[in-house]
Design a binder for this molecule. Structure first.
Ligand SMILES: [Zn+2]
Length: 152
């Protein structure tokens, strides 16, 4: 075991991950420290030994399963995201339906259809009494939706 306080830098030096200026500085240290030099030689020996070993061949059936697993990963992610978005959309729909039901049961607007709602279901708009912005906007929405129906 190398007790030198610079020994923790040996791996970065050996792997070539040390910046040039630190590398020069560490090489000066190596010339003065037999413990670090011996440790570096041991690392180089292990690297040479491992580099000379034949790489194990992966059996074809294992390679095929690996490819199938990799091919499946993005599709599974998209399916999970679609399921999550569908759940969020369902929650929003339920909340809106509850809100509309509670608004209708409150009786405040019962029998009077809001302008946006009559535009949405395609019923003719009431005559704009004052030419307000809401009626104008609803008219534009109806025209836009009609245009989309003809061109989709
Ligand atoms: Zn040292």
């Amino acid at each position: 075991m190398n007790a030198c306080e610079q020994a923790s830098r040996l791996s970065a030096y050996h792997d070539g991950e040390m910046p040039f200026d630190l590398r020069l500085q560490f090489e000066r240290h190596l010339r003065q420290c037999p413990g670090c030099l011996a440790e570096l030689e041991r690392m180089r020996g292990v690297t040479l030994m491992l580099g000379g070993m034949p790489r194990p061949e992966m059996p074809p059936e294992v390679l095929q399963r690996l490819h199938q697993a990799v091919d499946f990963l993005p599709a599974a992610g998209v399916r999970r995201m679609a399921a999550a978005l569908a759940a969020v959309a369902a929650i929003i729909l339920v909340v809106c339906m509850i809100g509309l039901a509670s608004q209708a049961s409150a009786g405040g607007t019962a029998g009077v259809m809001p302008v946006w709602e009559s535009a949405a279901v395609g019923q003719p708009l009431p005559e704009p009494a004052s030419g307000g912005a809401e009626e104008l906007l609803a008219g534009w929405m109806v025209q836009d939706l009609s245009w989309r129906d003809r061109h989709d």
